[in-house]
Write a protein that binds this ligand. Sequence first.
Ligand SMILES: [Zn+2]
Length: 475
Amino acid sequence: MNTMSNLAILGGRVIDPAQNVDRPAAVLIKDGRVEEITARPLSKGPEGYEVIDAAGLIVAPGFIDLHCHLREPGSEHKETIATGTAAAARGGFTTVCAMANTDPCPDNAAVVGDLLRRIERDAAVRVLPIGAITLGRRGEHLAPMAELAASGVVAFSDDGDPVMDPDVMRHALSYATGLRGVVHGAQRRLPIINHAEDRGLSRDGQMHDGAVAARLGLAGIPGEAEVAMVARDIHLAELTGGRLHIPHVSTRRAVEHVRAAKARGLHVTAEATPHHLTLTDVWAYGLHGETPHGLSLAAYDTNTKVSPPLRSQDDVDAVTGALADGTIDAIATDHAPHAMTDKVCTYHEAAKGINCLETAFAQVMSLVLGGRIALPALIERMSAAPARVLGLGLGSLKRGWPADLVFIDHDAEWTVDAGLFASKARNTPLDGVGLRGRVMATICAGRVVFDARAGLALPRPGNPRRAGDSSGGRT
Ligand SMILES: [Zn+2]
């Protein structure tokens, strides 16, 4: 298939939440941009258009991930821009934001410039870089934020390292109010994304502080570690008028703080991950969410170790409810690929993070099947909403916008096989789990970047290297 021809996508149910569209229609794509969502379905494409059959499928705006780890530069044995974006394409994502915990750290324009050249060369989908808040992500001195804004970052974050010093965070929020980044030719305010964890409370905790941690004999991380930091950052956003985005919200009390902040009119946004929306700390037993009578060899499943940790069912219910009512704006994966050596070890030694891009949609599709959120709203939280968080002109099939689309079979049942991931890494607690809802194809800027029906549109990346690496603690 000529990947840049004009395309007529026929036979699908088109869902575009930003335009309130949910109907059978054709989507026409010209020169990489959306030309039209037709008023009625077409039986054949216009002259000169290549037809893509979407019969039985949902056609929606491509997903946007506010938070993922591509590991390049610095940890290419875990993931690269090529493999990470191949995984993104398979997951239906057409835009991903690359988190700042690479080595070297993107705390200056030279590193961001190098990253943009690598993206230009290797990425299968659009990649938007996030710059560091502080030099070396050490939380001590602000990075040259104006220089970073001019270099093309879409947000500032020290990723898994919270800015613990409130005065540094105050200045970051304050300074960012005067900055405008240039994202896709338009001026944008750039949010500060601070990992919400008070290290004074989480200390050496390994998982959520609760009955499962007690039974497994692992040090717990109380929900208050997140709540305290979310509360502090909201107060600092109020003080400075700063633009705050809260990553991977995992607790009921943090949700309440975000809800109250929005009610006060603060420009605070928040995201939640597929795992914090669907999995609890019980998964640490390694039995796919079952609680055993006696511990089995499966217990201490290191693939469940993540930051913030998987929480209680009550927290999951609160986060899910907040996603449905819009308190939590968007779903973000926090895709965190790790090498075997980072996970085949004790729970204490294991690196934090879950490989998520290729399972994300099917995971959260379970919320639709469980009646927690409607499918168009779920799609909105993965497309238009994350675009709104960053002020991007993406996430909808509006006329003239980049033709980013995902094709979904919302009924397809499949079993996760981490061995088949396009990602270099295999660290998912869902290996062998049956899911419903599947991404069948992805089009990014008018190019087919993944098509499950045509075999695999992308070359299969090599097997994960198992070179000795022990950057434990990295998320
Ligand atoms: Zn992260």
